[in-house]
Design a protein around this ligand. Structure first.
Ligand SMILES: NC(=O)c1ccc[n+]([C@@H]2O[C@H](COP(=O)([O-])OP(=O)(O)OC[C@H]3O[C@@H](n4cnc5c(N)ncnc54)[C@H](OP(=O)(O)O)[C@@H]3O)[C@@H](O)[C@H]2O)c1
Length: 308
């Protein structure tokens, strides 16, 4: 019997219990799934960082902590978590992110706000074709690659930027500091899908925002600290950046007195770009437990030194 502890907000248990049990059965795993195993009997923890479980020291037989969240910045700093940590790469979450990003790119590309809200006279402005609208995706991981590929399929010339060198069909791939300069130089729309790590903090700042063509649009479903907020506000006020759609913030919920709320060139969404979907995520967790039991490498294991 494999002992699995579910450690997330209590209301998540109702959402995840049935899909997890079904996925374990489907994978042929005999699992005792509970909220309350004795810590020293737990083999795997299914984990969200906002659960009460913060001290992993008593979890002496735990083979892996399996995160329900894609972003692990709140977990990697936990010094008591010394066992392998896997982040969530969920096909359902990825599909949601592709839909959200594509929708917001098309809103900018087609000028949907102008034609639906603010146009008060017959003034035909035909949008260019996608092939005339260069788009850049910062971060070419599970989510960045999926979004970049969808945008390329729609005809946008897509440049992607990552830490390590990559080659992806249909995407111009850049990496490193020089690569960032190239990736930003022509981008009319920039999408941030980087993790929150010390190396990515304030990646969009006054210097890098100045590299963009005037009037470029920013879409951030990644994490709040990727952007220097003061620099972005200054770039929006000065017209260097035409508009920003922000889903994630340094403080969430975004405080009501934050200048983003009232800014005419900012759209705020409340961290809803992509949720983990229990049905598909449960299968990913079951697959990783199956791997752990077979002593095969875990999928999506976090590199603690890189922080993602
Ligand atoms: N708003 C939401 O609802 C929501 C939902 C889910 C996730 N997210 C956010 O989306 C982020 C990305 O998720 P993911 O699953 O795609 O992550 P991932 O697979 O770990 O991909 C991260 C990408 O960022 C690149 N990267 C990391 N550090 C870098 C650096 N210093 N310079 C350049 N590139 C760097 C990586 O480069 P390499 O390929 O070279 O490693 C990789 O391409 C998550 O960390 C989370 O913060 C938000």
């Amino acid at each position: 019997m494999i002992n699995v502890q579910f450690a997330a907000l209590p209301e998540r248990w109702a959402t995840y219990e049935t899909p997890l049990r079904a996925a374990f059965a489907e994978a042929g795993l005999e699992v005792d799934l509970r909220l309350d195993h004795a810590p020293d009997e737990v083999n795997y923890v299914v984990y969200a960082p906002n659960s009460d479980l913060q001290d992993f020291t008593p979890y002496t037989r735990c083979k892996a902590v399996l995160s329900l969240w894609a972003g692990v910045e709140k977990i990697v700093s936990n010094q008591t978590l010394t066992m392998p940590l896997c982040r969530m790469v969920d096909p359902g979450l990825t599909a949601g992110m592709v839909e959200w990003v594509t929708g917001h790119v098309l809103r900018y590309h087609l000028g949907i706000d102008r034609t639906t809200h603010t146009q008060d006279r017959w003034e035909p402005v035909v949008p260019p074709l996608a092939e005339e609208r260069p788009v850049t995706v910062l971060g070419l991981g599970a989510l960045g690659q999926a979004c970049a590929s969808m945008l390329a399929t729609l005809g946008f010339p897509v440049t992607g930027w990552s830490r390590s060198k990559k080659s992806i069909d249909g995407i111009t791939c850049r990496h490193g500091d020089d690569g960032l300069r190239d990736a930003l130089a022509t981008a009319q729309i920039v999408i941030l899908l980087l993790p929150d790590t010390p190396a990515t903090e304030n990646k969009l700042n006054s210097d890098t925002l100045a590299l963009l063509p005037k009037g470029a649009r920013i879409i951030n479903p990644g994490r709040g600290p990727l952007i220097d907020d003061d620099a972005l506000l200054a770039a929006l006020d000065g017209g260097q950046i035409g508009h920003a759609t922000l889903d994630v913030f340094r403080i969430e919920p975004l405080p009501m007195d934050h200048p983003y709320w009232a800014h005419p060139r900012v759209t705020v969404t409340p961290h809803i770009a992509a949720e983990t979907r229990p049905l598909t995520a449960a299968r990913v967790i079951a697959d990783n437990i199956r791997r752990g039991e077979a002593e095969a490498p875990f999928l999506h294991q976090v590199d603690r030194t890189l922080g993602y």
